[in-house]
Design a protein around this ligand. Structure first.
Ligand code: ATP
Length: 428
């Protein structure tokens, strides 16, 4: 049986991944639970999300599906933050013998949930039409994520994936400041990077893997394999934990990105890869955000931004100049692309005028007076006018990304990039 759950938390507490970790243990009473469970990140632009728009899927072999459903529902009733207007839990249950029939349709649903916007009615209608057992609370929006998570489990061999080791706090500590030794995170990072990533943000001196919200997560280590995230987690010295889970996830895969040829195709609440030419010098506006305009082949323009939370990435963006050819990756809201990654394909050639160089000694000549040309004082060589020369650019073509502290869960970090046709500048 496959179980998808979503939308149990609020800004004041809980986390659907905690419920997943709890059920991973408890459902063993009803059968054999498959590891790893799935943590699926959905469209990052959805306004209803609490934090990272996550949903969870578990799979188990059981001979008592009714009991499993009752148990999952009772745990949602116990843990979900119903008092929050934004918490609308949903759970979906798929019997093993239904897998083949539901696989393609739920694959399409998953892809839509990651890249597009889905209405609650759409999810409810699909559930009715396909006769899928489910349980929803309040407006039932969580059914969207729960269905998508089941789609991910049914098609789990078909999508790129990474892993996350999530450690959870003891219940009496929830909502209090977390205690994690920074030196141990540095050691874990030193021993396992680049097989793990986003534990720390060295450039901005920040710890990235320890959240600040009142949810049950103590820390999360992201990486390439269950072994590497487990090794890194074993090096962390911190307050005692209640439990942990290693999730297989679509985090760090760029699954949300839609490639587009033209700016005209771009819509709010979607994420894109779009190529164009910088058409206006980047400007720093109130709040420290850096914005510029991108022009596509057809001449259509799009506002692009490196917002203040992207910290040192803004320095790179400020160096762009009109005429630079770039490919941008990012989510669009209010007709503005929030840059996650940038590939600088070609830098515009800029020219400046300077005094000519002496052909004998190579030094710059001096002016001999207005309209009277230039002369080398030492060699006595002469030239009639200034010469045009190419200005040096501080930027280099290649792939760049926002720092770990500003990374979107779904954004593929450059440490995972296999391309060899471009220089890659992973942020750390
Ligand atoms: P949680 O830990 O509870 O999962 P979260 O930050 O992941 O917290 P949710 O509380 O799950 O966010 O809120 C996101 C809501 O948006 C869920 O109800 C989910 O079903 C819904 N949702 C997810 N993807 C889409 C989508 N593509 N279109 C519309 N709604 C979506």
């Amino acid at each position: 049986m496959i179980i998808g759950i979503d939308d149990t938390d609020s800004n004041e507490g809980m986390c659907t991944t905690y419920l997943g970790a709890l059920l991973l243990e408890e459902l063993q009473a009803f059968g054999e639970v498959e590891k790893p469970p799935l943590l699926v990140r959905l469209n990052p632009t959805i306004p209803h999300k609490t934090r990272g728009n996550a949903a969870v899927a578990l799979r188990l072999e059981t001979c008592c599906p009714e009991k499993v459903m009752d148990h999952v529902i009772s745990r949602i009733e116990e843990f979900a933050r119903f008092e929050c207007e934004k918490t609308n839990p949903g759970a979906v249950f798929i019997q093993e013998n239904e897998g083949k029939r539901l696989k393609p349709v739920l694959r399409a649903f998953l892809e839509k949930a990651v890249r597009d916007v889905i209405t609650i009615e759409e999810a409810k209608n699909l559930i009715l039409e396909l006769e899928i057992p489910s349980k929803s609370f309040k407006n039932g929006r969580g059914l969207i994520g729960a269905l998508a998570a089941c789609g991910a489990m049914l098609n789990r061999e078909d999508w790129d994936h990474t892993y996350e080791h999530l450690a959870y706090r003891q219940r009496e500590k929830w909502g209090t400041p977390r205690s994690v030794e920074k030196e141990s995170l540095e050691e874990a990072d030193r021993q396992t990077y680049p097989e793990t990533w986003d534990t720390l943000d060295h450039a901005n001196s920040l710890v990235v893997c320890v959240p600040h919200s009142p949810d049950p997560v103590l820390f999360g280590i992201r990486g390439k394999s269950p072994e590497t995230v487990t090794k890194a987690a074993s090096l962390v010295r911190a307050e005692p934990t209640e439990r942990f889970a290693v999730y297989r996830t679509n985090q760090g895969t760029d699954m949300h990105i839609l490639p587009v040829e033209s700016v005209e195709e771009i819509r709010d609440m979607h994420s894109y890869r779009v190529e164009g030419t910088v058409s206006a010098t980047p400007e720093t506006i109130h709040g420290g955000h850096v914005i510029f305009s991108l022009r596509d082949k057809a001449g259509a323009e799009l506002d692009c931004a490196a917002f203040e939370p992207t910290k040192n990435f803004r320095e790179l963006v400020r160096e762009l100049l009109p005429g630079d050819r770039v490919v941008l990756f990012g989510s669009v809201n209010s007709r503005t692309l929030n840059i996650e990654k940038i590939e600088i394909k070609e830098l515009a050639l800029l020219y400046t005028e300077e005094n000519p160089k002496c052909p004998t000694c190579g030094k710059h000549m001096k002016s001999t007076g207005q309209g009277q040309g230039f002369r080398c004082r030492k060699c006595r060589t002469q030239a009639p006018s200034k010469v045009s020369c190419e200005m040096e650019r501080t930027l280099e073509p290649g792939l760049y990304e926002v720092p770990p502290c500003a990374r979107r869960h779904l954004a593929k970090p450059l440490v995972r990039e296999k391309r060899s046709d471009y220089r890659i500048f992973p942020s750390r």
